[in-house]
Design a protein around this ligand. Structure first.
Ligand code: BGC
Length: 396
């Protein structure tokens, strides 16, 4: 009897031990069982550690599917073009795209749009900042989530979140504008003095500094020698700056300069205006036309972007040149970068020295700007398919 009871106790001990072993085994389940529909065989697949969220792991090929594009304004032709080129190319490459415009250069709207892109699961952000310094706070959470951030056209300052910068060689843009003025006024061949006024870019756009540096590098010797004179005395970048590159602002400033300096066909001769881009050039042109100038006695006026309105002015003689920045190239460069990031390949850059955003050098890809005038616009813009003759209201 006693022997039988001992046997029973021993048996139940063995049973409890077996159950415990089984239980521990189930509790330690870091593998999940998956049945392969092909052959019915069960395989095991690693499941992420409990505390490793997808955001914390480095994004790999499959993780990159949604791209957020934040553009500054719809009121300038170029950002509409950049936005839709990138949207089209990325969509074609199979990505989901969230393209947002920050009203008309509304800084706080841009911050909240970027914030939404981060929380709604964008894996890469492509941002053209309105204000170079206002995105560092919101980009902290992009960094925490390992979201790749590409600064587009304009560098974003004081943040570690930037992966890359895609832009044009912006100092060269300024040099091309200034060199055009030097050549058009024949400054190297004669000592005759000429009056010039300077119109710079937006004070909160970091790119504006590069335009200014490039153009001043070329103009300074002539300003120092007195061959170029700025009658208004507004020779500092801050004095020449134009809020938001606004056409209305630059028109107002030119109207003031016209009345203060007496520029006009009967008055003081103005030989050139270094206008930083096409929207500011259009403002200058409007003010000069209102003051009675015509294509016959117009000063040399520069620009950049080859906007349709400016190209028409170039064709009718009320703007002299623009700088062509082929936004198809910069957009395609962004797409190429996204694809390299997604496939884990090395991202191609061509500048690893110039663009220090306050937190270190940002690797950059610079596209080439080209000077565009009435003499080469057909080759640059029409033959390349950027515009049609119809777009510019001209006969072939
Ligand atoms: C761009 C120019 C543009 C300007 C105004 C700059 O940052 O480089 O192409 O004309 O912004 O939007």
């Amino acid at each position: 009897m006693l022997k039988r009871r001992k046997m029973l106790r021993l048996f139940s001990l063995i049973l409890i031990s077996i159950m415990l072993i089984l239980l521990i085994g189930c509790g330690n389940n870091d593998k999940k069982e998956v049945s392969d529909p092909e052959d019915g065989i069960e395989t095991q697949e690693e499941v992420p550690e409990k505390d490793e969220t997808p955001e914390e792991a480095d994004k790999t090929t499959d993780d990159i599917s949604k791209i957020g594009i934040s553009m500054p304004t719809k009121s300038l032709q170029r950002w509409n073009q950049d936005g839709s080129y990138m949207q089209e190319m990325l969509t074609e490459a199979g990505y989901e795209v969230d393209l947002q415009y920050a009203g008309d250069n509304d800084i706080s709207l841009q911050v909240s749009q970027v914030e939404n892109m981060i929380t709604s699961g964008c894996d890469v952000l492509v941002i053209t900042a309105i204000d170079a310094s206002s995105l560092s706070e919101v980009l902290k959470s992009a960094e925490e989530k390992n979201i790749h951030v590409i600064a587009y056209d304009r560098l974003i300052l004081n943040t570690d979140a930037l992966s890359y910068y895609v832009t044009f060689d912006n100092e060269v843009v300024g040099e091309l504008q200034a060199q055009y003025i030097v050549d058009a006024l024949d400054l190297d061949e004669s000592d005759e003095p000429h009056n010039i006024e300077l119109v710079a870019g937006a004070p909160d756009d970091n790119t504006a500094n590069f335009f200014w540096t490039g153009s001043m590098r070329v103009l300074e010797p002539y300003l120092e020698s007195g061959q170029l004179i700025v009658p208004s005395g507004q020779t500092a970048q801050e004095q020449a700056a134009t809020i938001e590159y606004s056409m209305e602002e630059s028109q107002k400033r030119m109207e003031n300069l016209i009345s203060a300096q007496g520029y006009g066909s009967e008055g003081t001769e103005l030989s050139a205006v270094l206008a930083v881009n096409d929207s500011t050039a259009n403002g200058v042109t409007n003010a000069l036309i209102a003051a009675g100038l015509t294509a016959e006695n117009f000063p040399v006026i520069t620009g950049q972007d080859c906007d349709i309105a400016s190209m028409k002015n170039i064709l009718n003689g009320t703007q002299s040149m623009s700088v062509f920045k082929d936004t198809r190239d910069s957009s395609a460069r962004v797409v190429k970068m996204v694809e390299s990031i997604a496939s884990g390949q090395e991202v191609e850059v061509n500048d690893t020295e110039t663009y220090d955003n306050g937190n270190g050098i940002v690797p950059a890809y610079l596209c080439d700007p080209v000077s565009c005038t009435i003499d080469n616009y057909e080759e640059l813009l029409i033959e390349s398919g950027y515009y049609t003759y119809d777009d510019l209201d001209v006969e072939p």
